[in-house]
Design a protein around this ligand. Structure first.
Ligand SMILES: *Cc1c(COP(=O)(O)O)cnc(C)c1O
Length: 732
């Protein structure tokens, strides 16, 4: 039995057991907790919650940490009280069936990958709030990608880093200024174990640099059918400083960054080799892992006797690169000496000169003033590359046109696959019940198909509205709980804490804005004209309320000032009862927001939002998007399935663009969103609004699902890269 088959053999599942021994109870629950499959199965989440709802919440919904607090005795008592035995058996059986099922989409669509899987590299994976190895959208996208690969049965392994402190926890001080707190995670509380070689030894990789050797150990995490391997530099044998190298996401300076990227890319490829995995495809999700293919080249030269150029060509054929950043400054760049310090030994094994190596990372290989850019090397070492929305594809082709000076812009070989979200992870349980009642049986396995979602038009409008309202109420109670906790933490007066317990009104139009506070996202755009906004929000016939959340990067002072400005609106009588700011935006906060809002506001400065995915999560749950025509929304909006801010243009002057977009935002609110929301039919329902909710679900849910996205990657990138013949759109 290999390490990947082990976990869930607890009892003979043929015998029908309803009374489990305390030990068997514990083992089965632990087996469920140790495969992240549970994170997208509400019935299993509820099972864990029922063990101890209060601790469940306090422990960040971490089932291993929760179970570790139980004695066998107490577990048995609790399971009896809550009648959990058959639910545990049922869940356990479902997981087992899932892991053993051979009837998957990929069996008929990606056979070639069976023998040679995809290795998917990413610097962050956002799988669940209890596993803090993500900071934002990029990580959540990677998490959703591997969850859908698991669901579709695409043979794929993930490669990333284990950050024991992860990204920071955010809270605001009494002035509304962001404070960052880094917490140590306990490895024992996480669903990981040391990854083992075929011989049963723990994997350890070594990477030589000019000034010593970096060591990393490797953890295995199971995400459904997908194994995720995480490198961790906190090992004996590393210097004290290097032991902290993988502590934090995006912390530290350039040197930390290049060292982390060396571990991810080169280390990651070595991990696969040590595990005996021979990938057919290397997928680099963003430039952080783009050193990886150089190590693959070295292996091919060593194993197959190829020269550098031939090996490079072969490796590029197998490599897929996804770029996410439409701003030139957003791409990692390193100076020559730093590159030589870290890649020097590998460069020598490749038999290439310093100039040759640097040339791979430069737009103009001979330009000695140009630093080494991870996106450039990613593009040069892959034969298939893509952006993450149609508009971003267009921007990326223009931005990197100089790499192919002999080609016209339309022929620059960067395509696009628009991002999508993992439906079962983001779909509220209540909404899932509604879909289960009205959609064809087994629809959840076909969620990437448009036909399935047309059934939403047959749902009774009243039922859809009620379901949405139930979710909105859940969001409001979450907001009240969080806001009163925030007030207590700041040691505010009792009246303030008490007022927080009743903040917001479930009957008012509720608009959400949750995302990183990067300045291009313009969190404060809606406050461009405070008087005008105050009048809109406080209209007694048609009141409106706003919920904000989001972290600023620790070094982003302008971002922190935006947070401060918005959170301090609570001292302004005009906004006191209409605007709230939730601290510590993470997957959990995001999930509550996207499931309960009426409208999701997205107003980045076009074209800087490569795709954006939070609005796609809103669609699934019946919320409507009100967004600038940027990223995914530029190709999603059809006039009837949400609201558009602006006309999809921007001025060369940011100031003018911002003023225009703010004006359009107010116009859309005043003339479309607010009137439509408050327009009630004879039955008291907002008929036109509900129609728009249905349009949004039927036209967008399938298209912007991660299942559709992974099917696109598989058909147009993975299968051709692995040597399969179908759909080869190879342009180079
Ligand atoms: C979905 C998600 C994001 C992505 O948000 P966008 O700004 O729309 O790209 C970021 N952070 C978290 C926690 C998310 O769940």
């Amino acid at each position: 039995m290999s390490q990947l088959d082990t976990p869930i053999e607890v009892e003979d599942s043929q015998t029908v057991i309803t009374e489990l021994t305390p030990q068997a109870l514990y083992d089965k629950l632990m087996a469920l907790a140790r495969n992240l499959w549970w994170t997208w199965h509400p019935e299993v989440i509820n099972l864990f919650r029922d063990l101890d709802p209060i601790r469940w919440r306090q422990l960040d919904h971490n089932p291993i940490a929760l179970l570790r607090e139980f004695t066998l005795e107490r577990l048995a008592t609790r399971a009896a009280e809550m009648v959990l035995h058959s639910r545990i058996n049922y869940a356990h059986r479902r997981l087992k069936e899932y892991l053993n099922s051979k009837q998957v989409w990929a069996a008929t669509n990606a056979g070639v990958l069976g023998a040679a899987p995809v290795a998917y590299f990413s610097a962050e994976f956002g799988i669940h709030e209890s596993i803090q190895i993500y900071s934002g959208g990029l990580g959540v996208l990677s998490g959703d990608h591997i969850k859908s690969a698991s669901g579709l049965g695409v043979p794929l392994v993930g490669v990333g880093l284990f950050y024991d402190q992860g990204y920071f926890k955010q809270h605001l001080d009494e002035n509304g200024y962001q404070k960052e707190e880094y917490l140590d995670t306990k490895v024992e509380d996480l669903p990981m174990e040391p990854a083992l070689t075929p011989g049963g030894e723990p994997v350890e990789v070594r990477i030589d640099t000019r000034n010593g050797t970096l060591l990393a150990r490797v953890w295995l995490m199971r995400v459904g059918r997908v194994p995720l391997y995480l490198l961790d530099c906190d090992v004996e044998g590393n210097s004290p400083q290097d032991r902290k190298l993988t502590s934090r996401l995006y912390g530290g300076d350039e040197r930390t960054r290049i060292r982390q990227e060396l571990v991810l890319g080169v280390g990651g490829v070595r991990v696969l080799q040590a595990l005996g995995i021979r990938p057919g495809v290397y997928h680099l999700n963003e430039g952080h892992s783009a050193f990886g293919p150089l190590e693959v080249v070295r292996q091919r030269m060593h194993d197959d006797g190829l020269g550098f150029d031939d090996a490079l060509r072969e490796v590029a054929r197998q490599t897929v690169f996804t770029t996410h950043t439409p701003v030139p400054a957003g791409h990692d760049r390193f100076q020559g000496p730093l590159v030589e310090e870290h890649l020097g030994p590998l460069r020598e094994s490749l038999g290439i000169s310093y100039d040759q190596l640097m040339g791979l990372g430069r737009v103009e290989p001979q330009n000695h003033d140009e630093p080494f850019c991870m996106t450039v090397v990613g593009l040069r070492l892959s034969r298939r590359a893509n952006a993450v929305s149609a508009l971003h594809g267009h921007i990326s082709r223009r931005m990197w046109a100089h790499l192919w000076p002999w080609r016209v812009e339309e022929e620059i070989p960067i395509g696009h696959i628009t991002n999508g979200v993992h439906v079962p992870s983001w779909l509220a349980w209540q909404m899932r019940q509604l879909y289960d009642r009205h959609f064809p049986a087994g629809w959840i396995h076909r969620m990437g198909e448009p036909e399935v979602w047309q059934f939403i038009h047959q749902v009774d409008p009243g039922e859809l509205w009620e379901t949405h309202h139930a979710l909105k109420n859940l969001l409001l109670s979450f907001v009240r709980r969080r806001v009163s906790r925030q007030c207590r933490r700041r040691a505010e007066r009792d009246e303030v804490v008490e007022a927080a317990r009743n903040v917001l009104n479930p009957n008012y139009l509720t608009i959400g804005f949750g995302r990183r506070f990067a300045t291009y996202k313009r969190a404060a755009l809606v406050f461009a004209n405070e008087e005008r906004l105050a009048r809109l929000l406080n209209n007694p016939e048609r009141p409106v309320q706003l919920i904000f959340a989001g972290k600023a990067h620790p070094k982003d002072e302008p971002g922190k000032h935006l947070i401060q400005r918005i959170s301090n609106m609570r001292h302004d009588p005009r906004f006191q009862h209409r605007v709230v700011y939730l601290e510590d935006y993470d997957i959990n906060v995001c999930r509550h927001m996207i499931q309960g809002v009426d409208v999701w506001l997205n107003n980045p400065r076009r074209p800087l939002e490569a795709s954006g995915t939070s609005g796609q999560k809103v669609v699934l749950n019946g919320g409507l998007n009100m967004s600038i025509l940027d990223g995914w929304w530029a190709e999603a909006y059809d006039g009837e399935n949400g609201f558009a801010i602006g006309r999809g243009t921007s001025h060369v002057s940011d100031e003018i663009t911002d003023a225009r977009d703010a004006e359009s935002l107010y116009q859309v609110l005043e003339h479309q969103v607010i009137p439509m929301f408050y327009e009630r039919d004879v039955d008291g329902l907002p008929g036109r609004w509900i129609k728009r909710m249905m349009n949004s679900i039927s036209t967008l849910a399938w298209r912007f699902s991660a299942h559709r996205m992974v099917m696109d990657y598989t058909r147009t990138m993975y299968v051709p890269a692995a040597g399969g013949l179908s759909c080869d759109m190879d342009l180079r």
